[in-house]
Design a protein around this ligand. Structure first.
Ligand code: COI
Length: 355
């Protein structure tokens, strides 16, 4: 590890490590011992520190609480057989954080601050990385406004923080999804591409209605016509229709530029799979479900990894998808991705950073 940022380090003397059950990790419930913090004031980032994970003190007039100026990222670290720490595509997450930040009028986090803060935090909390197939250390970098001011304008002060959680699967079983044609997640010119807190807040009510009807998640459609599939609430989505892998393009600015999405598309092309980045029409999806030409559907995301979709609800009808068998593309690509992440398969794309 070669880091140059001067970070003040204050380690906990009350580690929670020994009280943590690594055999039963639920997503996002267990937080590791430390967090990285940086403050933005007078136009620059400073006061870099790693300190024990602890609650923050916020003024009730904090701008984020009222106007939601907040963006975040999700990425993962793994252990290889030699016990070394491997981080997957952190450079891509750093770039995406700044694309989100720019849209939300939040100052960008320079690469060296993001990477050095991350790598030093991972070094300190490396014992929190699970050593078990399917498990990893989920990393949550985020930036939010810290001005105490009720007027509408971009905040002048911000915090950039990173904390981590040992996690197992986000979805422990195949998911059922409902195609959403009433509510809108994102429209062109909006903030859909950004990993902004408010995008998730706005999706909760429609998703809850679907959950009350027994579905795990929504399949969002475009905000204008509701005729094209965009993404799910927790992941991008892909469909194998006959032998073609179809996923929505990110060019409309309404879809999160998933890093797992990009990785899967890269590997699919290398595997010789025909890939189409285009909108799948709802009617086309329905036809493929009816005729049996939809071979598989799955979500892709850092938290979700590759999540098999078992059921799709469209316009009042439930369609069951084929059981996922070992030859399914999603299984093969998951095995390949895991192989790279855990250091078992050659990392031809320089996706892995060894800490
Ligand atoms: C991620 O995949 O990292 C996300 O932020 C999605 C969320 C469901 C945890």
């Amino acid at each position: 590890m070669n880091t140059t940022l001067t970070i003040e380090i204050n380690k906990t003397n009350a580690s929670k490590l020994t009280q943590t059950d690594f055999e039963d990790l639920k997503f996002g419930q267990t937080i590791s011992d430390h967090m990285f913090v940086a403050d933005y004031e007078n136009g620059e980032w400073g006061d870099f520190r790693i300190e024990p994970y602890a609650p923050l003190q916020l003024n009730p007039a904090n701008a984020t609480l009222h106007y939601g100026q907040s963006v975040f990222e999700g990425m993962k670290a793994y252990k290889n057989e030699a016990g070394e720490t491997l981080v997957f595509r952190a450079d891509a997450n750093q770039k995406r954080l700044n694309e989100s930040a720019k849209r939300m009028c939040i100052p960008e986090v320079p690469e060296h601050i993001f990477m050095d803060g991350l790598l030093q935090l991972l070094e300190i909390d490396k014992d929190w990385i699970p050593n078990k197939p399917g498990c990893s250390l989920y990393i949550r970098p985020f930036v939010f406004a810290t001005d105490d001011y009720l007027g509408i304008r971009p905040s002048e002060k911000y915090k950039f923080m990173i904390f981590t959680c040992p996690v197992g699967n986000y979805y422990s079983k195949p998911v059922s999804v409902k195609v959403e044609c009433q509510y809108t997640r994102a429209t062109e010119g909006g903030t859909g591409f950004a990993k902004a807190a408010g995008n998730y807040a706005g999706s909760l009510y429609p998703a809850l209605q679907a959950q009350k009807q027994g579905y795990d998640q929504l399949l969002w459609t475009d905000g204008k016509s509701h005729q094209h599939i965009e993404e799910s609430g927790t992941m991008n989505v892909m469909f194998m229709v006959n032998d073609t892998l179809i996923t929505a393009p990110t060019s409309t600015g309404t879809i999160l530029k998933g890093i797992t999405r990009d990785s899967v598309l890269t590997l699919a092309k290398e595997m010789g799979v025909k890939v189409e980045e285009r909108f799948l029409r709802v009617t086309e999806l329905e036809d493929a479900l009816r005729s049996g030409t939809l071979a598989e559907a799955f979500g892709t995301g850092t938290a979700a990894t590759i999540a098999h979709i078992a059921k799709i609800h469209i316009n009042g009808n439930d369609y069951e998808l084929p059981q996922k068998d070992e030859t399914a593309f999603s299984n093969k690509v998951l095995a390949m991705l895991d192989g790279i992440k855990y250091g078992k398969i050659e990392d031809k794309h320089n996706w892995i950073i060894k800490v």
